[in-house]
Design a protein around this ligand. Structure first.
Ligand code: SAH
Ligand code: SF4
Ligand code: F3S
Length: 490
């Protein structure tokens, strides 16, 4: 007997990087086409999906505990379908069914297009049969076969299916071939594959027609992009030039860059193309050459320094952010001090700092002992965060008295919290605290009418914290109809 009594309510929880946020958006869009509606509570949903991340153990723990909490849901509501999708699905595969036997669906990053069909299949049988769709292991055959089993999932999107109408992620490549020794991404996302430039340009045009003004190009090592089409090789610099003049697009960003592939042609493109934001996320990961070598990052601190000099020489006022791992195998106190020195020297706009988490299947896990105890990892993490915050605040203070251009994204976090605590009376409030990002990717907050969301504004900065510039609107853009832009004094 087929169970048709389900209510088409979908609950999806997403962890991990922007790649996962985009994947979730596309999966939701596909399921909406099948009549699903999103709900913010797993209790109301008959389809519950977790889009997962394996990069650190903590992220996986959170998913396994969330799955544990759903153990009895199926007993109460037998029509519920529970699925684990994304990186952990690809990495853990059958282990997920063993640890959480009530899971119906395990779908890897390369099979996301199959989710609607697989959900139907689970429901079609009275005796539930778990469904699994994953890609080949990276050691299980020829590179082409493995690459073919990881399919990029980039269906064209409908306008009402994006979380914000004027911003969009666009994937330009999938996978990673760098194999840093600590990292699971090459396993969970498969071989590095760049999408054809013509497809990307078409997607950008369509998004622009739908009202998108800012696009963020995504790739694990986005500046390693290379694709030959009609006999011509396109690198990221060529792709940026190709999409730059798309009508309607005002801002283009790309993340995340790999230090060794930060070539001059790319830096020149960032300098010369006015819509490309002056912001590079190019993680150093560590400040000690011995550690970098064990991480197999493929560069030394000296080479990274040369790259930073090229950035500073070629692109004035370009901000750079980094990632760091503290407590990697064999990290001595002196090695940690070298990482601290690097934070001092390079003055990143911000740094994402992570405690090393040993991941099974990685080279580091096979070769080295995870010998820095958790307390030390935590202490080094806090030390580095404090140093970075102090530097960020000092550099943010340089903006006081200056003007920055922002694209207004929405209410600030604190305004959102306040609205949740005390919803505004009927009608729109005239002024709330809004947030946007400057052209160098700094978060800026200011008071303004919520109608400004989606437009650009010039903000005079009057104060700052380590993470935020605080200011007030000087001029804003008025949009009459769809295209006329008129700066006025507010
Ligand atoms: N593709 C990006 C990063 C992907 S993972 C890049 O190459 O820069 C995001 C960040 O997580 C990494 O930059 C690294 O700092 C961190 N990370 C990756 N594996 C980790 C691990 N095993 N333990 C702790 N942090 C890790
Ligand atoms: Fe992971 Fe290194 Fe690839 Fe980044 S470049 S995704 S850290 S293997
Ligand atoms: Fe995590 Fe996968 Fe992204 S492991 S960081 S969600 S590519």
């Amino acid at each position: 007997m087929t169970d048709t009594s389900h209510n088409h309510r979908l609950y999806i929880e997403t962890v991990g990087c922007q790649m996962n946020m985009l994947d979730s958006e596309l999966v939701v869009a596909a399921l909406r086409q099948e009549g699903y509606e999103l709900t913010d509570s797993p209790k109301k949903a008959d389809t519950i999906l977790f889009n997962t991340c394996s990069v650190r153990e903590h992220a996986e723990h959170k998913i396994y505990s969330a799955l544990g909490r759903l153990k009895y849901v199926r007993r109460r509501r037998p029509q519920t379908v529970i699925g684990v999708i994304g990186c952990m699905a690809q990495k853990d595969q059958d282990l997920i069914f063993r640890r959480a036997p009530h899971v119906d669906l395990v779908v890897g990053t390369g099979q996301l297009a199959e989710i609607p069909r697989l959900i139907r299949e689970v429901r079609a049988r009275p005796q539930r049969q778990p469904q699994k769709a994953v890609s080949l292991d990276r050691t299980s055959g020829s590179v082409t076969r493995i690459a073919d089993s990881f399919r990029s999932y980039d269906p064209l999107r409908d306008p009402d299916m994006r979380p914000t109408p004027f911003q969009a992620f666009v994937r330009i490549m999938i996978g990673c071939d760098k194999f840093c020794t600590y990292c699971v991404v090459p396993t969970t996302r498969g071989p590095e594959q760049s999408r054809p430039p013509s497809q990307i340009a078409q997607e950008v045009r369509l998004l622009a027609e739908q009202g998108v003004r800012e696009i963020t190009l995504l790739g694990q090592t986005v500046n390693s992009y290379r694709h030959t089409e009609n006999g011509r090789l396109y690198r990221l610099s060529d792709l940026l030039a190709m999409i730059h003049d798309t009508d309607g697009i005002d801002r283009i960003r790309f993340v995340t860059s790999y230090p060794r592939d930060m070539s001059d042609d790319l830096l020149q493109a960032v300098r010369d193309l006015p819509k490309v934001m002056r912001y590079l996320h190019v993680p150093l990961q560590h400040g000690c050459n011995d550690v970098l070598k064990r991480m197999k990052r493929g560069y030394t601190v000296e080479q990274y320094r040369d790259m930073m000099h090229r950035i500073r020489d070629l692109i004035p006022h370009c901000s750079v952010s980094s990632d760091f791992i503290v407590g990697f195998c064999g990290e001595t106190e002196q090695a940690h001090e070298k990482s601290m020195d690097a934070v001092r020297e390079f003055r990143f706009k911000n740094s994402f700092i992570f405690k090393y988490s040993a991941r099974s299947g990685t080279r580091a896990d096979e070769l080295f002992e995870d010998d820095v105890d958790d307390r030390t990892k935590r202490r080094r993490n806090v030390e580095m965060l404090e140093l970075q915050n102090q530097i960020s605040e000092e550099d943010n203070a340089e903006f006081i008295g200056r003007r920055v251009q922002v694209l207004v994204e929405g209410p600030s976090k604190s305004a959102e919290k306040a609205a949740r605590r005390q919803p505004p009376p009927t009608g729109r409030p005239l002024s709330v605290q809004l947030m946007g990002r400057s052209e160098c990717d700094r978060i800026v907050v200011f008071d303004g009418n919520p109608r400004l969301v989606g437009s650009t504004a010039e903000i005079e900065v009057s104060d700052c914290t380590g993470t935020t510039l605080i200011g007030s609107i000087v001029t804003r853009e008025v949009r009459h109809g769809s295209s006329e832009l008129l700066p006025i004094l507010s």
